[in-house]
Write a protein that binds this ligand. Sequence first.
Ligand code: KG4
Ligand code: ZN
Length: 371
Amino acid sequence: MIILAVETSCDDTGIAILEIREKLSSPFKILSNVVSSQVKLHKKYGGVYPSLAKREHQKNLPLVLEKALKEAKNPKLDLLAVTIGPGLEPCLWTGINFAIDLAKKMNLPLVPVNHVEAHILVNFINGPWMKTHDRRFLSREIFPAVCLVVSGGHTQLILMKSIGNYKILGETRDDAAGECLDKTARILGLEYPGGPAIAEQARQWKSKFLISNFQTNSKSQITKIKLPRPMIYTKDYDFSFSGLKTAVLYEFKKRSPKIRGSKKYIREMCFEVQQAVIDVLIKKTMKAAKNYKAKSIIIGGGVAANKELRKQFAEKIRKEIPYSKFYIPDSEYCTDNGLMAAIAAYYRRKGKTKNWKKIRANANLKIGEYL
Ligand code: KG4
Ligand code: ZN
């Protein structure tokens, strides 16, 4: 079976073509996965403008399709898929209209894809998932799983009992973790998207200042800037990151222009804000994993591309719940792409339809909902 999937939920235009070879030991073969990023355009504004993003998707989709088909050597397609939500409504509609046109032309059924579920299911491309996609194997080895989806638009902890069976344990009450990093970057005068820019500054601070502090056994504080870890000790599984961004703003405003313009200050602030986000995400995920006796922890979304987060999560799980497995996609599959939609469509293929009118964008679609 060959699936072509379209993803336009935010500012990346993605189309992937995935071959599924049911009887082989590595069932998924990526024929192409083309992503056209709009980062350069949105950089100027420090964030994503939905109407601008929509126009770019309209422009990019035919080009991305042509490239994806060419790379895959124009295979015979069996199924189409498109992300219907959650995401930015004008962007979602652009992808949906494009996919419906294509489906009509090719007379192929279309699978509606939930973007948050796709961030989780993209993990199925790697590791033990490749051995088999037999549902019994997955159930025995993987479920129940605690999933953390953490991106620019979402921060959710989800209990996954099987594919399609989800319960949202908690979510952000205001900003998503990635949104907090993007806004912090803007305050500090760093580029959009903020996550990778902050990660780079934090890395430089760590290698220059933190290591030299340790080497000289200096008694000076590791970071002088102290930011809050919002809701880290609350009993629920909710998050709140808007206060963290405000704390960054107050800390920043309190400093003289000379200090806040210095590389050292910016890097230290990046290190601290990144660590604050990581501390909260790890603490809550570990709590859920222990409470629900999770056989695995599955992570996805753009922020999961963060190297420190990946490292610290792996260490914590190894130390505290070594019996749990840890799944996190390769960094390139953490940020939005068509492949995640193609994999999700494979597992949700029963939802395919030729009733085009049923396929509608839903900016607030919850995990487990499809139409
Ligand atoms: O999943 P994604 O591509 O789009 C949404 O569904 O939102 O995630 C984008 C988010 C942005 O907020 C970006 O700053 C963040 O992911 N991000 C990162 C890194 N790469 C992307 N955050 C931290 N570290 C990174 N390396
Ligand atoms: Zn996403």
